[in-house]
Design a protein around this ligand. Structure first.
Ligand code: ASP
Ligand code: MG
Length: 471
């Protein structure tokens, strides 16, 4: 049985973290028979190698090569410090350092081209962004071989075939499955642990792409599906998915078990745990996905499965998203008029704002929806242009933005078909004097969201979390 394990930036962020990660890999390789490892770029908070690389490319775009030159020793030190602690001085250490230096030279050269042209293409950005993973896996693989565990460092450009939507590419499933199987299976059969770059893939022409920021989780799920792994584990620096943000509620708890659906709702609503596209590949084969803490490996973490035993009315988690704006289009003249909603959302789509929640009153006299604050002014302006005629004849009275709102969401499959959950939820908010400006429930009945004033969202989360603990 093969276990796919992904290690995030902090899990490979220093020599010490890599040692712990190597212990974990060896332990679970023994228990499961074989493992495939996916790793992110090195990143000990707050410095992430991927950020440094991409910041370098932005500085280059602004013509600031001094900034790029200053980044080079920083990047070198992060990697060389780890190498010097993990690999004894000698030929292997020298060779590994040379490899890292080659990537840094390559980074410098691309930045020079960007600065010269004052232009950055998405593919240049991906070539730069993916280098963090290419460096980190080489160090981890060399270190593990040094410890006596046979490994091979593999660039996912050899495994994950994607479309050419650079910086946010989508894998081509059949090609990826075939290529990954062909490359990894023989290694697994020989007892070699592949150590694969997260985050990157390549087009059918072999040009490096990336799967979007935070995409290493997604890489692990894609590879897990390709080799039909028994489970996929995401090793990170938290114990799992929490019942809410522990900065708001100190007694937030790790949720032991969630369904795919529940987690998708959570990811959508801003829980910072998993890359939002991660669930898809594992869901297709029903592969359990587990979130574990590298720095607390004995904690069971959170396991995400297809189905779990439900306790009626069971709310699992509450989350909040801030810095939103609620936009409403109101007017008595809208009643029974066709196409108002379609035209409104067409305008929103043209602004490239994404809509987080929609609600319309049954009187058809207002539509309201929520977008990110940063898009608010643009969306309002587009709506005013679109509906200029209706505004003139007063069929639409007002297009207004209510800035500084937040969405508070409760998630739990146990709510399905159970009457009274939304009543208890709204009651708890009312008891804390929090007024609800709009409400929406997904048809999956797996989540309910409300719009509240931004300065009330923390109090709302605290009140609902109390309810979760008491249910
Ligand atoms: N290193 C990439 C990023 O920072 C991918 C990842 O860490 O998941 O976005
Ligand atoms: Mg991540």
């Amino acid at each position: 049985m093969t276990l796919v394990m992904k290690f995030g930036g902090t899990s490979v962020g220093s020599a010490e973290a890599m040692r712990q990660t190597a212990d974990i890999i060896e332990q679970f390789k023994k228990e499961w028979g074989s493992t495939v490892v996916i790793a992110s770029a090195m990143g000990s908070k707050p410095v992430k190698v991927t950020d440094l690389l991409l910041n370098g490319s932005k500085a280059a775009l602004a013509g600031d090569m001094d900034e790029v030159t200053q980044l080079l020793p920083k990047l070198r030190t992060i990697h060389f410090d780890a190498i010097e602690e993990l690999i004894p001085a000698g030929d292997k250490q020298t060779a590994l350092k040379e490899e890292i230096d080659q990537y840094l030279t390559y980074f410098h050269n691309i930045c020079q081209a960007i600065s010269f042209l004052r232009e950055i293409s998405p593919r240049a950005s991906d070539a730069i962004g993916g280098m963090g993973e290419q460096m980190s896996i080489r160090i981890l693989a060399a270190y593990m071989s040094e410890r006596g565990t046979p490994t091979e460092a593999i660039d996912a450009t050899e495994l994950i075939v994607t479309d050419d939507n650079f910086t946010n590419a989508t894998p081509l499933i059949d090609e990826t499955n075939a290529q990954t199987m062909a490359r990894l299976k023989p290694l697994i059969e020989q007892g070699i642990t592949p150590i694969v770059t997260g985050f990157i893939g390549a087009t059918t022409d072999g040009i490096t792409t990336t799967l979007g920021r935070g995409g290493s989780d997604y890489s692990a799920a894609i590879i897990g599906r390709a080799i039909e792994a028994a489970e996929v584990w995401i090793w990170t620096d938290v114990d799992g998915v929490m019942s809410t943000d522990p900065r708001i509620v100190p007694d937030a708890q790790t949720i032991p078990e969630l369904t795919y659906l529940e987690v998708s709702e959570l990811a959508f609503y801003g829980a910072q745990v998993l890359h939002p596209r991660t669930m898809r590949p594992v869901m297709q084969l029903g592969i359990p996905l587990r979130i574990k803490n590298t720095f607390n490996p004995d904690s069971p973490g959170t396991v995400i499965v297809k189905e779990r035993e439900l306790k009626a009315g069971n709310i699992r988690a509450v989350t909040g998203i801030r810095e939103l704006s609620m936009i409403s289009v109101e007017g008595r003249g809208m009643l029974g008029v066709h196409g108002v909603a379609a035209r409104a959302f067409k305008s929103v789509a043209e602004s490239e704002a994404s809509v987080l929640l929609i609600s319309q009153s049954s009187s058809e006299q207002s539509i309201c929806f929520v977008v990110q604050q940063k898009n608010s002014a643009d969306v309002v302006q587009r709506l005013e242009t679109e509906f200029a005629d209706e505004i003139k004849v007063r069929n639409i009275d007002c297009i207004a933005a209510n800035e500084n709102v937040a969405i508070l969401t409760v998630v739990g499959s146990g709510m399905q078909g159970v009457p009274g959950v939304s009543g208890r939820f709204l009651g708890a908010l009312g008891d804390s004097s929090i007024s609800v400006m709009a409400i929406a429930q997904g048809s999956s009945e797996c989540s309910i969201s409300v719009v509240v004033a931004e300065d009330q969202v923390s109090a709302g989360i605290q009140a609902i979390h109390k309810m979760i603990l008491e249910q």
